[in-house]
Design a protein around this ligand. Structure first.
Ligand code: NAP
Ligand code: MG
Length: 404
């Protein structure tokens, strides 16, 4: 075999929890280390180590990502009451993804991997649809109240000189009711817009964005205007040069167009729309085990991961000594995405070429009928062989070897 591929800048490696932590190690040993002189700066984001470091390791890993520009992350446990006892935690540490996203000011893009045999519920979707969710504000940072009949509800804004501006929300008459205050900030909307425009240029795919500006003439209209201003000033020429389009429409119209489409575009969503529609797309494309995810900051920093979690149920079986059949594909694509980006930034064509081959070998394996049990349940291929996780990885490696 030829010499191993050399790297110049390290990748930020964020290790994680449970079944995905086991798979992480196997991917490195079976698919990466035989071919690459892997250079990573390692951060252990497993819950045990987050607890030991009072979660400082999460912040440090995000800072390192800012410094080096590319990270790859394993799925991690977001603690809840049950995890407090299970791991004897000092505190209910926050979601690592939330912490990292806040530090990088990033937008999450989710993209399904399409393979023969896994047919989307909408069969005309022959190309992937990438969804981008604005992860700040709106109802996720709201203030809400129940209101008694006979009350008057107003919006009040006090400016820096103490001057008040008021607007009536509703004069409640005979019935009790509810009110809600939501906000967003121009800077966050602008960062979201830039992340989407950059991603579209990178992927060479059209960008679609929608809101309800006809009804929400100030709030949603502000989103529309910020996107339009940034597009005109910073991206229009670049989009035209690559031959892609930025397209704005109303949220209900965009749903109709998405359903009728063949895929192959990026769909930017406001926070709530993205929450709902990303679950719809993941289900419609067939499998959580085939959904990739990348966090992109407006200044071009990338963090790759799988969209699924730590697959706890499989891990408990693994701990009992059972062979598990967990799909490693989305985690492999997190690595290939990160390695390709590192190769691109450091000008190492062999690394980019390796990433392509690793993805090709992964897809070929599934299209040859070799897959995990969950995927086999939904695959329409005639000949299917459900395998355990390690066999799955070795099968991918035999195809990868053939490509190298
Ligand atoms: P999950 O880990 O995604 O697993 C949910 C179920 O989906 C699994 O039990 C399994 O179904 C199936 N599944 C998911 N990924 C699979 C794969 N790669 N191969 C085969 N089957 C797969 O979600 P969860 O059980 O709700 O959450 C578990 C933990 O992950 C939680 O502690 C949560 O905080 C964390 N989490 C982390 C992230 C992240 O780091 N990005 C995201 C989500 C959740 P069957 O059991 O039917 O086989
Ligand atoms: Mg959701």
């Amino acid at each position: 075999m030829a010499d191993k591929i050399l790297m110049t800048t390290p990748l930020v490696e964020m290790d994680g929890d449970e079944m995905t932590r086991i798979i992480w190690k196997m991917i490195k040993e079976i698919l990466l280390e035989p071919y690459i002189d892997l250079k990573t700066e390692y951060y252990d984001l497993g819950l045990v180590h987050r607890n030991e470091t009072d979660d400082r390791v999460t912040v440090e890993s995000a800072e390192a990502t800012k410094k080096y520009g590319v990270a790859v992350k394993c799925a991690t446990i977001t603690p809840n009451a049950q995890r407090m006892t299970e791991y004897n935690l000092k505190e209910m540490w926050k979601s690592p993804n939330g912490t990292i996203r806040a530090i990088l000011d990033g937008t999450v893009f989710r993209k399904p991997i399409l393979v023969k045999g896994i047919v989307p519920y909408i069969p005309t979707w022959t190309k992937p649809i990438t969804i981008a969710r604005h992860a700040y504000g709106d109802i996720y940072k709201n203030t809400e109240l129940r209101v008694e009949a006979g009350s008057k509800a107003e919006l009040v804004v006090t400016d820096k000189n103490g001057k008040e501006t008021r607007a009536l929300i509703h004069q409640f008459k005979d019935s009790d009711g509810i009110i809600q205050g939501v906000h967003n900030i121009d800077d966050s909307i602008a960062s979201f817009a830039r992340a989407c425009f950059n991603y579209a240029l990178d992927a060479k795919e059209d960008l679609w964005f929608a809101s309800k500006d006809t009804i929400s003439k100030t709030y949603d209209h502000r989103f529309k205007d910020i996107f339009a201003e940034i597009y005109e000033a910073e991206y229009k020429e670049k989009f035209e040069a690559v031959g892609i389009e930025y397209f704005y429409t109303l949220i209900d119209d965009v749903i109709a167009r998405v359903v009728r489409s063949n895929g192959g575009f990026i769909w930017a969503c406001k926070n709530y729309d993205g929450d709902v529609m990303s679950d719809m797309l993941a289900t419609a494309f067939g499998s959580l085990g085939l959904m990739t995810s990348v966090l992109v900051s407006p200044d071009g920093v990338y963090e790759y991961e799988a969209a699924h979690g730590t697959v706890t149920r499989h891990y408990y079986n693994y701990l009992k000594g059972e062979k598990t059949s967990t799909n490693p594909i989305a985690t492999i694509f997190a690595w290939s995405g990160a390695l390709r980006k590192r190769g691109e930034l450091d000008n190492i064509p062999e690394l980019m070429d390796f990433a392509d081959k690793l993805e090709k070998a992964s897809i070929k394996t599934m299209e040859d009928g070799i897959m995990d049990k969950n995927l086999a349940l939904i695959s329409t291929l005639e000949n299917k062989t459900p395998v355990d996780t390690e066999t799955f990885l070795r099968e991918i490696n035999s195809r990868l070897e053939a490509l190298m």
